[in-house]
Design a protein around this ligand. Structure first.
Ligand code: ZN
Length: 184
């Protein structure tokens, strides 16, 4: 089984161009190109790469499913992701997949054979740290005002430091070795 790194989409891999809110249209969706080199390092080490996002506006068409799929196609192509995992449900639906529920991670694990115990979640938001804990993965928080006071495994200053932390932990616990043996 391969381990994965799950990234929060907004603020970590992409930025919306208007008001810091979530992008409603493809033109407002901006991939953070600085994410490309750090993600490449993880991919080369053997990790699956996923983005995760809550998009409660999809049900009411903001963004439309089509615009959202276009944005995610760009994200996948530019950053070499495996897939973008989406909860498209509004809060009032009380669906099982909205973060901090670990359901998006479990679904990826089922479909791709991801080893969640040796996987990581990278985000600047507390919901993702909580999701990581519920899924049995390790949380790496990028310092921000959205960190909250809940559980997290480590805090770093930026995405590059998050990647270095992940590679260090994965080396120590033998995950890198296990994944490189599988590749052969
Ligand atoms: Zn959902």
């Amino acid at each position: 089984m391969r381990a994965a790194v799950f990234f929060e989409r907004d603020g970590v891999l992409a930025r919306s161009a208007i008001n810091g809110g979530t992008a409603k249209r493809l033109e407002e969706f901006q991939v953070l190109e600085d994410a490309s080199a750090p993600l490449r390092q993880l991919k080369d080490a053997g990790f699956f790469l996923f983005a995760t996002t809550n998009q409660p506006g999809v049900t009411s068409g903001l963004p439309s499913r089509r615009e959202l799929d276009l944005m995610h196609a760009v994200l996948v192509r530019r950053l070499g992701l495996h897939e973008v995992l989406v909860c498209p449900h509004p809060l009032e639906d009380a669906c099982p997949c909205r973060k901090p529920s670990p359901e998006l991670l479990r679904e990826a694990a089922r479909r791709h054979g991801v080893d969640l115990d040796h996987s990581f979640v990278v985000s600047d938001r507390w919901v993702d740290a909580e999701m990581a804990e519920a899924a049995g993965a390790t949380s790496v928080l990028i310092r921000s005002k959205h960190n909250g006071n809940g559980h997290h495994d480590c805090v770093v200053s930026d995405l590059q430091s998050a990647v270095e932390k992940i590679l260090e932990i994965a080396r120590d616990v033998g995950t890198l070795r296990a994944m490189s043996a599988q590749k052969r």
